[in-house]
Design a binder for this molecule. Structure first.
Ligand code: GTS
Length: 214
């Protein structure tokens, strides 16, 4: 298998953590896509993933799979029981519900703020972003506030249970963790009062898969 990504970037890290959790890192070759040079917006890459984002998984039969949720589902089902996407119908539904919330209320909101209301990845990407970023694009600013709301929501969740989707570590934890990483890079600090979220983050930071992703 191959993974097209950019090392150290937030969404790619989600899959590198999954690979480390599942012990699958040695089955994957990584191919770097240069995001600051806008390589992911060129025709060659758009043929792989029309949405122009990384990561993308390529299976050995040539099939391309984009979207971290879909890639995680695939990898999680490769070896033994799923452990990151829930085992029972109920648990799977809750993991997916929280995963979607982690995307829409945190990591995607941070991404929109970063790309549209800050210099983002630099000049080569500007043609693909809001023309108004120097005016601090209003939609981007709203997404920053949405991300802060997401942090407060997950703080509340984690004050009542050990992990984002309940009692067991799941892909939703990985997504919230990557969302907080991205928020830090975009200068959106976790509000001080979010003590449960801060404590949970320290716990996730200590996992081997997070300390040493693929
Ligand atoms: N929903 C997508 C997924 O789950 O894979 C999001 C992927 C995504 O936004 N990836 C970012 C990207 O390619 C990389 S990073 O911001 O996380 O580093 N962004 C490029 C762009 O132009 O939006």
């Amino acid at each position: 298998m191959k993974i097209f990504d950019m090392p150290g970037f937030p969404n790619p890290l989600r899959i590198r953590i999954v690979l480390a959790e599942k012990g699958l890192a040695n089955q994957v070759d990584f191919i770097k896509v240069d995001l600051p040079s806008a390589e992911h917006k060129q025709q060659r890459f758009l043929e792989i993933n029309p949405t122009g984002t990384v990561p993308v998984l390529q299976l050995n039969d040539g099939t391309y799979i984009s979207e971290c949720t879909a890639i995680t589902e695939y990898l999680d089902n490769l070896n033994g029981d799923p452990t990151l996407t829930g085992k029972t119908p109920r648990d799977k539904a809750i993991v997916h519900m929280m995963q979607k919330r982690a995307e829409s209320e945190l990591i995607d909101a941070v991404g929109i703020y970063f790309h549209h209301s800050t210099p983002g990845l630099g000049p080569a990407m500007q043609a693909f972003k809001s023309p108004d970023w120097e005016g601090r694009d209003e939609w981007g600013i709203r997404q920053r506030d949405r991300a802060l709301g997401g942090m407060r929501y997950f703080n509340q969740v984690l004050s009542q249970q050990p992990f984002v989707a309940g009692e067991i570590f799941s892909m939703a934890d990985i997504t919230v963790w990557a969302g907080l990483l991205f928020a830090g890079l975009a200068n959106i600090p976790i509000p001080h009062e979010c003590t449960a979220l801060i404590a949970w983050r320290a716990k996730i930071d200590a996992r081997n898969s997070v300390k040493q992703p693929a």
